[in-house]
Structures are given as C-alpha cells and as structure tokens.
Write a protein that binds this ligand. Structure first.
Ligand code: ZN
Length: 114
C-alpha cells in the first residue's frame, strides 16, 4: 500500500480506528499542532489534560516507528478487517485514487464521472 492510500483510509474511515489507534492518531496530530507555537508549555499541559496527548504506554507503543509507519500499519489493519466497507475510489480512466470516497473527478487525469 502506498502512503497516499493509507492516509486516505485513515482520514475517511477514521471511525474504523480502534480506541488505541484513534488515541495515537490524536496524539500525533496534537504534536503537529504544538510545533512552533508560542506558549507551547501551556498548550501542552492543556492537551494532556484533555487527553489529546496520551500517556498510555499501549498507545505510545503504536508510535514507536515513524508517523508514516503508523499510518501504513493502521490503514492495512483497517483494510484487512473491513475489506467490504472501505471504498477505494479509483478513477475509472487512469485507476489512480481520487481525493475522497465521494469524489467524481480525477485530480490526475481530469476525468469526470458525474
Ligand atoms: Zn484519472
């Protein structure tokens, strides 16, 4: 699976994430939000208090590798467990993945299947 497909699955099928995967993703996204902001300590404390940043070793364990590893592993797991529910919206013309499951226009070849 390529990273683009993995990101698509994790983004559009987020409800299929397990509780721990969801917490791990929220943790990653919170770290990204904290990068480069002022008063980081204050925000970090607030993020921890609202559980956006996790202290759970089982959650942090999922993030041992790179962010991309986590996204790829999670997307593969979702696809394996929900094969019939995940729609990979591939362009009927060039076969590449559309931007969203609902898209009816290809961002690569411009094909329109409305
Ligand atoms: Zn196309």
């Amino acid at each position: 699976m390529d990273l683009e497909t993995a990101n698509y699955i994790v983004t559009y099928y987020r409800s299929m994430l397990s509780e721990k995967e969801d917490a791990a993703l929220r943790h990653l996204q919170s770290i990204e939000k904290l990068e480069g902001i002022e008063n980081r300590d204050k925000f970090e404390k607030a993020f921890r208090e609202s559980n956006w940043l996790s202290n759970d070793p089982n959650v942090l364990n999922l993030l041992n590798g790179s962010k991309n590893d986590f996204i790829l592993n999670t997307a593969k797991r979702i696809l394996k467990d929900n094969q019939e529910k995940v729609l990979l919206n591939n362009c009927p013309n060039c076969g590449k993945l559309a931007r969203t499951p609902q898209a009816k226009q290809c961002r690569f070849c411009g094909n329109d299947w409305h």
